[in-house]
Design a protein around this ligand. Sequence first.
Ligand SMILES: *[C@@H]1O[C@H](CO)[C@@H](O)[C@H](O)[C@H]1NC(C)=O
Ligand SMILES: *[C@@H]1O[C@H](CO)[C@@H](O)[C@H](O)[C@H]1NC(C)=O
Ligand SMILES: *[C@@H]1O[C@H](CO)[C@@H](O)[C@H](O)[C@H]1NC(C)=O
Ligand SMILES: *[C@@H]1O[C@H](CO)[C@@H](O)[C@H](O)[C@H]1NC(C)=O
Length: 423
Amino acid sequence: MISPKAVLFALSLALLAATAPAPSADEFTRVPLRRRISLTRSDNTFDHDEAIRQNVKTANKIRRNIINIQRNTGQLPAGSIEIPSIATLPSSLLGKRQKVPLTDLEDDSEWAGNITIGTPPQTFFIDFDTGSSDLWVPSSACNDTCTGKALYAASKSSTSARKDGTFQIEYGDGSSTSGPIYTDTVTVGGIKATKQYFSAVTTESPEFVGDPADGILGLAFPAISNLGQDPFFVTAFKQKHAARDEFAFKLNTTGSELHIGGVNTALYKGSFEYHNLSSDIGYWQIGNAKALINGESAVSGFETIIDSGTTIMYGPPDAVKKVYAAVKGSKIYDADNGFYSFPCAKPPTLAFAWGGKSWDISFANLNLGETEPGSGQCVGALAGQDLGLGSDVWLLGDSFMKNVYTVFSFAIAKGAVGFAALK
Ligand SMILES: *[C@@H]1O[C@H](CO)[C@@H](O)[C@H](O)[C@H]1NC(C)=O
Ligand SMILES: *[C@@H]1O[C@H](CO)[C@@H](O)[C@H](O)[C@H]1NC(C)=O
Ligand SMILES: *[C@@H]1O[C@H](CO)[C@@H](O)[C@H](O)[C@H]1NC(C)=O
Ligand SMILES: *[C@@H]1O[C@H](CO)[C@@H](O)[C@H](O)[C@H]1NC(C)=O
């Protein structure tokens, strides 16, 4: 039986909740992001080694996604003929550490912000990746490979539960990260998901040593989850914790943020141009794309994956060759890795369109730096790479996303990506 006293207490709690000043929407839904790692050195030249590292990292992320899709759905994604072999770093780069100090705020390839896991909350600094679907952080059982990171202590969280199985990821330097699987309460920008699946890894790959981010939070769909579980946002939206089933990114030198449960109207102007997802394979993938050089179509009718966890933009080698063929003075810079250069003094305007407006890539976002000091040739942030996605799928990372305000919506059709002009 419930005592009258308990009823009164519950009632006063309810009243308290009703009269307490509500946190502003922004406090609840904004995650400020900090950027890091540049492919451009401080003397404005192209950091070739770092670019090759990023290529290998991207290729192996896509490879893992393909493996996960096959395991979760029983088939390879359309366009993928086979699981690509693991991409490896050239021996000259193995063991060579990044020269760029990773705390350098001039960095520019990965945007990270805080999340909490557990009860009471444990804070982690996380990369938000729309191109993968798992959450992992370092575990308190991790030894020297996790030095300097925030560590998840399952024993200190009253809502933590250990699950069966092990999570494992291989990297291009031959290392891997792995760890046990848990569920716990995860909060991102005030939006909560309870019983969220994630891994607390007990070894970190050398790829992450010195990286200010503790781990990764994947923002794509369940089909590409290595854990075979709903990613954070899918859980949060199913549990109806967010006002609207969408999240939006602004990525820029300063003022970058992830907005959850809606869009931040202070950051864009005009209306959104929405595109329904063209594939239910698990990516934020939209079709009917066109690449333009100086307003003229160079390649059209392809698919694009919008990926905040990828630094630059990649297309199939033949298609990217066509794009640069339309650029006066362009040259192949590194055939093995698909990099081209263009005259810095006469940069092309590269744009993408999906049947609506053309979204220009600014010179600052297209230029990865001069090939050599004073060469006058700048390396372009669009590279030709066969990532195993098939012959008509491009991967548009931060070099594209920095030019637009992007919303990722589960609320429209079976999912849609919307673009608006930055204010
Ligand atoms: C993340 O949280 C830490 C404290 O746990 C704080 O010092 C830091 O400024 C936060 N970073 C961002 C980008 O919000
Ligand atoms: C970490 O070190 C402790 C003590 O040396 C050892 O018992 C444990 O197995 C190690 N854990 C891992 C994941 O290597
Ligand atoms: C992006 O950052 C640069 C450098 O801080 C700034 O000049 C520019 O106004 C910013 N753009 C937007 C849309 O915030
Ligand atoms: C997007 O999907 C919605 C719902 O399925 C549909 O009504 C709309 O026509 C689609 N838009 C386009 C451009 O295909």
